[in-house]
Structures are given as structure tokens and as C-alpha cells.
Ligand binder design. Sequence first.
Ligand SMILES: Cc1cc2nc3c(=O)[nH]c(=O)nc-3n(C[C@H](O)[C@H](O)[C@H](O)COP(=O)(O)O)c2cc1C
Length: 342
Amino acid sequence: MFASPIIVAPMAGGTTTPELALAARGAGAFAYAAGGYRSAESLAEHLAPLRAAGGDFGVNLFVPRSGPLASGDASSLARYRLELAGDAERLGAELPAELPPADGPRARDYWDEKLDLLLHDPVPLVSFTFGLAPEPVVTALRAKGTRVVASVTSVAEALAAAATGVDALVVQHSDAGGHSAAFLPGAERAAPGVAGLVARVRAAVGLPLVGAGGIGDAATAKAVLAAGAEAVQLGTAVLRSDESGARALHKDALADPAYTATGVTRAFTGRAARALVNGFVRDHSANAPHAYPEVHFLTGPLRAAAAAAGDRESVNLWAGTAWQKAAAGPVAGIVEGFLRML
Ligand SMILES: Cc1cc2nc3c(=O)[nH]c(=O)nc-3n(C[C@H](O)[C@H](O)[C@H](O)COP(=O)(O)O)c2cc1C
């Protein structure tokens, strides 16, 4: 499925740059374009250098929520807006008066438009996160010669994904930085590390597996491969690399001993995600509702104002549990370091 045992993760929000993907691939990794948070036009532009370079690569998309927000979550969202008013004032930002409608293209992350693009101008591989692509979408992509990959966080999710006809699974442990791929309630929070989760999924499904989450060194990568994965996916390990588009304040925070822990929080986007524990995480994790992408849109102006002011305590500093092992420098050196030791 994958020509390399090392995959550099798709990281939406500006972290995955074409330079990151191309340099990672040049060093022997499989690499992705990050399709999340982009319009179809922006994805086409982001993809152009990868298409021009030829060869194997993937595109990652977010699967939108189907249907409106549950009524309990809608009232929690209204309360959460009030809770954020003090932060907005402190940061000199305004909370958006209205959020994009749940059934509109923006809240659906331009799903239909991006699928159209990928069906009309196919790419070698498409992976999905935040849910399962419906079976007809999987079938249509495969009919174009595109390999299709689903992201899962539990055995139950792996079985559901396999039933849609995908070619492979990314098995993401909750040690992972950034958003959780979970889409069924009761994900296996108690699962041992990523190698243990891969072993459980390996016993349940026959598809090729990619292990992800908290892989910061070759020893962990080796254990994940030994547990039955054919590759490992690295996110946090390349966040500080030269080609990563992560903000300087994010890169600096990852290297700053003042940050001593990561935590899983819905405070920034309404979807569980692992980040360095800062003031915003401490203040708001308790009350943040299950409301993605509504909370993402609600906190957007706060995060932008905080980033512009260099305020690390109010932005999402996504990080997996192995963040202290993330090195600076060219991504090729990081990829080659892993490949040498496997
Ligand atoms: C900053 C950041 C952004 C991410 N964005 C995406 C994304 O757009 N799509 C996706 O499938 N996974 C995304 N992930 C998760 C990665 O695919 C991967 O599962 C995770 O990084 C692995 O854990 P690690 O960070 O401990 O290496 C992101 C991770 C980080 C750290």
C-alpha cells in the first residue's frame, strides 16, 4: 500500500506545506497534501507542486458531520459563547455574531467541491478523518484508480471502516497531536500505547494498517511495525522542521520547558484534540461543548488575535505526547533518522 514505512502526516491549518511534503518524500517518506480547512480552489493550488513532481502521494479530507447539532450541544454552545466573552475582550477580538450554517459549504469544509475535484482529476491516494466517507464515495474514488484510506481510533471504528471498502486504515491512538479521528462514541481511551492499539485492530481486520499517535522515536516506530502496521505516521515529530508551516510561536512552545504536559481538549474547536496545556486549555476544557465545527468558527477570531499578538497562552498548540522529542532542522534529516533506525 505504502512504498515507505514512514509517512509524514497530513496537517491542515497551514502546517503541511508543499515544501514539507516534497522534502519528506525526497527523503524516502510517503507524504500528503492537507485538504482540511481549504476550498476546492485552494486545494487545487496546494496540490499543484505534488502533481507536477509526479509519483505517489496522498490527499487528506475531513468528513463533515451529517445533520444539525444535537439540542443539548446547541445550548452548551450558547453558554460557551458567554464564557469566551472575557477572552474576546482581553484579546481585542470579536466573537462572530453568526456561525456558518451547518448544512452550508463552509461548515461542510467544501466536501462536495473537493470530492468533485478529486474525481475529475484523480490523485494516487485519498485519506479521510473525522468520520467515514460513504461507501459510494469510496467506490467512486477506487474506480478512478485512487487508493482510499480511513482513519480509526478503535476496533469498532476499524470494522465499520472496513465495511465501506477502503484499502487501508490509519490507526490513531489518543497520544496523537491535533484532532482525534474518532467518530464513534466510546473510543478506546484505555488502550495501551499505539502499538497495543495496532495489535488489537490487527487481530480484528485484514487490511493494511498505519500506526499513528505519540511516535517520537525509532524504537516506538519499530514496536508499532512489529505489532502489525506496515507504516507509521508522524505528525508532531515534524512540527518543528524547517519546512513545517506551523507558526513560530507554536514551534517555540514545543521546545520550551515551561510547557510540561499535553492534554485532550475540545476548547478550541469543539472536537477532541491534543495540545500543550496552556491557559486557554486550563480555563475552558471543562465547559467546551461537543460542537465541531461550530466552536472552531467561534474561537477563530480569538486564536487569530492571540497569534498576531504572540500570545501562546490563548492559541491551539497542537502536540502529541512525544512532543519533547520533536527536533528542529530539515524534515529530510528527521525522516532519514527514522528510516536509518528501522
Ligand atoms: C498540527 C497537526 C495537524 C493535524 N492535522 C491533521 C489533518 O489535517 N488530517 C489528519 O488526518 N490528521 C491530522 N493530524 C493528525 C495526524 O494525522 C496524526 O494522526 C498525528 O499527528 C499522529 O500523532 P503524533 O502527532 O503524536 O505524531 C494532525 C496532527 C497535528 C499535530
